[in-house]
Ligand binder design. Structure first.
Ligand SMILES: *[C@@H]1O[C@H](CO)[C@@H](O)[C@H](O)[C@H]1NC(C)=O
Ligand SMILES: *[C@@H]1O[C@H](CO)[C@@H](O)[C@H](O)[C@H]1NC(C)=O
Ligand SMILES: *[C@@H]1O[C@H](CO)[C@@H](O)[C@H](O)[C@H]1NC(C)=O
Length: 391
């Protein structure tokens, strides 16, 4: 007692330092979450979100160590009073391993119309092995859910999150503004279907940095309506590389503009830097793209623009791609190609690519200079040209 009284000011100081009085903390265990990984904690997550959302001050939802089974969660932010909600995750959040449980859902964890949400740390495990097995042996399986989605949201920070084995894309940024992803780790087997690492579309000012991504599909894919995207210091592989596209499926489609991809390593991937458009009519475009300081190790298509994308020759009635591609810079790209053609520009006959620039490219195939192939592509090469440029 006397100890407590004597040290009361100290306790207060510590208390204030640890829990700034203006930050409200919502521990999901206090809302009934179960950390054994077996009992569904969806209700607890929703209740904690409800409380944080209603808080008039910055709020933190705390997910302590342990495993939490979450059927699915849909966090709506439209009516939130709090201007800043942080999810501090020390534990692992598990999706149901039985894919029939979310058969009719498109999303596992979705944030919609939120502003000022941050996620620090944590692991998400989509437990999708049985769904992928189903997909490879039958065509009567559910499509699967997106792992973590942010939709119609702004001012989002995702730092130090691990996401593995998602049924579909691991992280989806859709219709968002000002999103930062840093120190993210995404992993799924190289043969898992449609498990893109991070997909960005209809969004502006998205930054993806210092992350490691290996999946069965694109490490990062960039959809229509993306602008001012910054990607830096990424290790990609296995997977299909970083892809702008597929674009130009719709006739009326917003373009992709001002994308920087810097300091990226691709290891054993199907593609490195890819731009891919459907061979269909469209008013979409791709412009002002910079790829810089890229290292390829054993990549099948290190540099590729493919405007004749039309799998199984279906739904592309021979009209060529309407997507206009211009001002794409490749600067300081080096390493090894797993195929002879390391640089391939297969552009639209109707709308040739323009302003393609290759500067200091050094890609080899089996210790020999590789080859480049161009169709309907215009631009220039500067500095080191290995393979010899066909522009
Ligand atoms: C999200 O934003 C888009 C574009 O602004 C809009 O068309 C759509 O209705 C919004 N969706 C929701 C659920 O708010
Ligand atoms: C391009 O995007 C970056 C962020 O990725 C931004 O800083 C820059 O101002 C943008 N440039 C233009 C011309 O909008
Ligand atoms: C190009 O790359 C090869 C193999 O990676 C290397 O041996 C060579 O020195 C490089 N050339 C230049 C001019 O940097």
């Amino acid at each position: 007692m006397s100890f407590l009284v004597k040290h009361l000011p100290l306790f207060f100081t510590i208390f204030f330092l640890m829990f700034n009085s203006s930050i409200a903390i919502y521990n999901i265990k206090n809302y009934g979450a179960n950390s054994d990984g077996k009992i569904d904690s969806s209700k607890a997550f929703m209740s904690a979100w409800g409380a944080a959302c209603a808080s008039t001050s910055p709020a933190t939802i705390y997910i302590p160590q342990g495993s939490y089974l979450l059927k699915n969660a849909y966090f709506q932010g439209q009516t939130c009073k709090s201007k800043s909600i942080t999810l501090r995750i020390d534990g692992t959040i598990l999706a149901p391993s039985d894919y029939n449980i979310n058969r009719d859902e498109e999303n596992w964890i979705k944030f919609e119309r939120v502003n000022g949400v941050s996620i620090y740390g944590g692991s998400l495990d989509g437990q999708a092995t049985s769904l992928w097995a189903c997909k490879t042996s039958s065509n009567n399986c559910p499509q699967g859910t997106m792992g973590l989605t942010f939709s119609n949201s702004s001012n989002i920070n995702i730092i130090g999150l691990t996401s593995q084995n998602s049924q579909m894309f691991h992280i989806l940024v859709d219709n968002c503004e000002n999103v930062k992803l840093q120190g993210v780790k995404v992993s799924a087997p190289g043969n898992s279907p449609n498990t893109d690492g991070i997909h960005v579309q209809y969004s502006s000012r998205v930054t993806i940095m210092n992350s490691r991504i290996g999946t069965g599909d694109d490490c990062i894919s960039i959809g229509p309506g993306t602008s001012n995207l910054w990607i830096e210091n990424i290790a990609c592989g296995p997977g299909h590389g970083i892809s702008i596209g597929s674009l130009g499926w719709e006739v009326q489609e917003p373009g992709v503009q001002n994308v920087t991809v810097k300091t990226v390593t691709f290891t054993g991937t199907q593609n490195g830097l890819r731009v891919k458009t459907w061979a269909r009519s469209s008013n979409a475009f791709v412009k002002d793209i910079l790829f810089q300081h890229i290292v390829m190790t054993n990549v099948q298509n290190p540099i590729i623009i493919d405007q004749n994308y039309c799998p199984n020759n279906e739904n592309c009635p021979h009209q060529g791609s309407g997507v206009k591609i211009s001002d794409i810079k490749y600067r300081d790209i080096r390493g090894t190609s797993a195929t002879e053609v390391a640089v391939k520009f297969d552009c639209s006959k109707k709308y040739p690519c323009s302003g393609i620039s290759l500067e200091d490219v050094n890609l080899s195939y089996k210790n020999q200079p590789a080859e480049a192939s161009c169709a309907n592509a215009g631009g220039r090469a500067f500095g080191l040209e290995k393979p010899n440029s066909c522009l």
